[in-house]
Design a protein around this ligand. Structure first.
Ligand code: GDP
Ligand code: MG
Length: 202
């Protein structure tokens, strides 16, 4: 496949090709579109505009809570459930960025590897890139890309620190809040702020 220069607009034909890759669910093209969205490629907004469907019916589900609470475990079980119903499932795992590399921790991806060979499951790890709310600014766009690829539902797992859980609640149709019972005082205080966010708490 041709090289994409990060600073150069794509040709119309290239844009059409990427839009078709997403719509026809070609994973490599889909992954490249997500990279362009994440990196703020100058053509990504045109691609997003072509893909956007205001009448979409896909369900989006946010999964949030403190690190280690069991979010990825729950996401894995939900993937199993929807795959048995023959639904295509998309997952965006937003990990805290390393302040040094700006890269994403790949732990969630490793944990979800049981689904890696299933063409009906698309999992993407995204860094939060130091974005204030904890969610990457590109998360909403990535969600639209997966919806355009007819993934339904699309799950967004975010580490519940700072404002991430509030943001995911505004992004997703349903928010699942995963908590660990009996943690220390600090966590109890944090929970007090996020209890209102979840539509369903575990
Ligand atoms: N005992 C117990 N352990 C769990 C449960 N759910 C997840 N875990 C374990 O807790 C650890 C963290 O889970 P993970 O799903 O990665 O949490 P995340 O950081 O919120 O995504 C893993 O070792 C899981 O096996 C649960 O319901 N009960
Ligand atoms: Mg996780």
């Amino acid at each position: 496949m041709a090289q994409i220069r990060p600073d150069v607009n794509l040709l119309h034909a290239e844009i059409d090709k990427f839009v078709n890759d997403v719509r026809e669910n070609r994973p490599r093209g889909l992954a490249r579109v997500l990279s362009m969205v994440e990196n703020g490629h100058p053509s990504s907004s045109v691609i997003l505009h072509s893909l956007y469907n205001p009448d979409r019916l896909a369900r989006t589900i946010g999964v949030t809570g403190p690190p280690g609470a069991g979010k990825s475990t729950l996401v894995n079980l939900l993937i199993d459930y929807w795959r048995k119903l023959n639904r295509k499932v998309g997952v965006i795992a937003v990990d805290p960025s390393s302040p040094f590399s700006g890269g994403a921790l790949l732990g969630d991806r490793v944990r979800m590897q049981t689904h890696a060979s299933d063409p009906g499951v698309f999992i993407r790890s995204m860094g939060s890139r130091g974005h204030l709310g904890g969610l990457s600014g590109a998360t909403r766009d990535a969600l639209e890309v997966l919806i355009a690829g007819s993934y339904d539902p699309v799950l967004v797992e975010t580490v519940g620190v700072g404002q991430a859980e509030v943001e995911v609640a505004s992004l997703a149709d349903i928010t699942l809040l995963v908590l660990v019972p009996g943690l220390g005082d600090e966590v109890q205080t944090m929970k007090a702020g996020i209890m209102e966010i979840g539509d369903v708490s575990f």
